[in-house]
Design a protein around this ligand. Structure first.
Ligand SMILES: [Zn+2]
Length: 621
């Protein structure tokens, strides 16, 4: 007997043999049991996962002669079942729509469908690759589907159900097949090599399953080749050389070199791979998949079910995930995806692969902008002479608002640089009220902040001396916008809803949409998280309060409070009047303020940047 490929030899002949598609087989069996057979079925999903196989089993069950009505499992031995299995049943017509896609073929089919089945219950058309059928042909088919003769059943298998016209889809029952799980493919491969009495290493099978990429048929056809090419024992190496894959260790080594930004090592590695006969395109594709898996491992953990890979591979992607941050990995994946896409149609593929890998190594050297900014802020804090020792929180100043809200706590005079941070700290700790309420808090010296419209108190240049300021109401709003020359003192560790709100608003100054959204929110502090309830939908919040914004906001709030503070924005609030000009408009043009900003100055000095446009969102708001 001639050799039969494994995919055909081990093709399931019963619903219960079909692996990983229980949701489809169960529903179909129920429909048969209840005699509710539809006239049109669409089976969609990845290639090689059993769509046509299930269509054939359904056809067998519908026409099985073992009982008076269709059984829920075909007998597999009656005339009809055998004929269908061998592909020569008169009443089950399989059409490859990729080659018979035109109007003529479908017209012919439609004509034939009018006649009753020759012998069996149903006349069944299995249309493979149904999405390839032309629109005109679909229209012809639609006529039949609109008023189907009771004996006709259409089954369409497709990888792209969205390409089937809606008019057709709405007249069919649609089943989408799931990609095969790695473990299911492994189990099947193990069974088959055992039945074929072929000794095979577990990691060889794992490689086959991975190479199949969710398709049982693909995995089996590589297994066919592997069996043909190896003498006796199936090893990972033999499979790898067959599919032209670079060893998984090579991927790990390359990514280690990237982590070390070692350009030279990368070039040596590429040279070795090419020398061993690996194609740049294939290697780039492997690396894309590897990086995807590493990224998933970074985000969801290496044991995540999102990874359909062997345990060795899990350990490997886990190790590489340790070397990189999530953002780095996203960037590397993007670079490799682009490189892989370009390799497809470019000459000099090797150079493009090298270039892509070198880009990753360079990207690895890039400092995250947040980190750089926070360093810039830190040096700003220490570098400006009249700065009080009580360090302002670095994040509460944003580029666009360098001089806003020059405020100070009454008890801590701007000019009394002698107040030690420890004193302020102990004062803060002695007033736990500040932690939990929006009430004014007392600070070193016991000065109370008397304010209704805002929690900040402004000290003018002619502000009363410290002793007075402790007892007298401090001039407020009137002076707020005029005062220029004082230092702002923001004791670290000050945490109440208002101060945190201000810090967050300042830090988000360059996101006017978001600022206007949360500015009017109800702000409350609960332990280590500050909650802004806004009068907007959660969709709105999702759109504007991005992960990036969340990070900035939390950093600002934490900086303000001197401890980790989580900023949450939730719907369900009512818009609050924006009472005090929290983000007071300072005097001077926006441009001059921007120019004075130390971060801007450092940017100019470091990158030779120049200020082009200054947008003052405060004025717009
Ligand atoms: Zn039968």
């Amino acid at each position: 007997m001639s050799y039969q490929v494994l995919a055909r030899k081990y093709r399931p002949q019963k619903f219960s043999d079909v692996i990983g598609q229980d949701h489809v087989t169960r529903t179909l069996q129920n429909a048969i049991a209840q005699e509710r057979i539809a006239h049109g079925y669409i089976f969609s999903g990845h290639r090689g996962i059993g769509k046509t196989t299930v269509a054939r089993i359904l056809a067998m069950a519908l026409n099985c002669r073992s009982s008076a009505k269709p059984p829920i499992e075909p007998c597999g031995i009656c005339e009809s079942c055998t004929e269908i299995r061998n592909g020569n049943s008169v009443d089950v017509i399989e059409i490859d729509a990729a080659t018979n896609r035109g109007i003529d073929e479908i017209r012919e089919l439609r004509e034939a469908a009018r006649y009753r089945p020759a012998r069996d219950r149903f006349k069944i058309y299995i249309l493979d690759e149904a999405h390839q059928i032309t629109d005109a042909a679909f229209n012809a088919l639609l006529k039949t589907l609109e008023e189907p003769p009771s004996h006709v059943v259409f089954m369409m298998a497709t990888t792209q159900p969205e390409d089937i016209p809606q008019t057709i889809r709405s007249r069919c029952q649609h089943f989408s097949y799931r990609a095969m799980k790695f473990d299911a493919v492994m189990g099947q491969l193990r069974d088959i090599v055992a039945k074929e009495s072929i000794p095979a290493d577990e990691d060889a099978l794992a490689l086959l399953a991975e190479a199949g990429d969710g398709s049982m048929r693909d995995a089996l056809s590589i297994l066919d080749q592997a069996i043909a090419s190896t003498a006796d024992h199936l090893t990972a190496d033999s499979v790898r050389s067959l599919i032209g894959s670079a060893p998984a260790a090579a991927l790990e080594t390359v990514m280690q070199a990237v982590a070390e930004s070692s350009s030279e090592r990368i070039l040596v590695l590429v040279d070795e791979l090419i020398g061993e006969g690996h194609g740049p395109t294939h290697f780039a594709r492997q690396l894309v998949r590897f990086l995807r898996n590493v990224t998933v491992a970074k985000i969801a953990g290496k044991n995540s079910p999102l990874l359909q890979i062997s345990s060795d591979e899990r350990a490997r992607v886990g190790r590489i995930a340790e070397l990189f941050g999530e953002e780095d990995l996203a960037r590397h994946l993007q670079i490799m995806l682009r490189t892989h896409g370009e390799l497809g149609y470019r000459q000099e593929q090797r150079f493009h692969l090298e270039l892509g890998l070198l880009k990753m190594a360079h990207a690895q050297r890039l400092l995250p902008i947040e980190q750089w900014l926070s360093e810039a802020s830190a040096s700003r804090t220490t570098g400006t002479p009249p700065r009080p020792t009580l360090a302002p929180s670095p994040v509460s100043r944003s580029i666009s608002s360098p001089t806003e809200a020059r405020r100070t706590e009454p008890g801590v005079s701007a000019r009394s640089n002698s107040v030690s941070p420890f004193a302020a700290d102990s004062a803060r700790k002695s007033t736990p009220k500040a932690e939990t309420s929006g009430e004014p808090a007392a600070f070193a010296g016991g000065g109370a902040r008397a304010t209704q419209s805002g929690n900040v108190v402004i000290m003018g240049s002619a502000a009363p001396a410290i002793a007075e300021s402790q007892t007298e109401p401090v001039p407020q709003v009137a002076e707020r916008n005029e005062v220029k020359s004082e230092m702002r003192v923001e004791p670290r560790g000050e945490a109440n809803a208002d101060s945190l709100r201000d810090a967050v608003l300042n830090a988000l100054g360059n996101q006017p949409m978001l600022v206007s959204l949360i500015e009017s929110a109800e702000w409350t502090l609960h332990g280590n998280s500050v909650l802004a309830k806004v009068a907007a939908s959660s969709t709105m919040i999702e759109m504007s309060f991005t992960a990036e914004a969340r990070r900035i906001a939390s950093a600002a709030a934490s900086g303000q409070a001197g401890r980790p503070i989580k900023v949450q924005v939730e719907p369900g609030g009512t818009a609050q009047a924006v009472t005090a000009p929290r983000r007071a408009l300072p005097n001077g043009s926006a441009r001059s303020r921007a120019e004075q900003d130390p971060i801007v100055q450092r940017m100019k000095e470091k990158f030779g940047a120049e200020i082009r446009t200054v947008i003052d969102y405060r004025e717009k708001g």
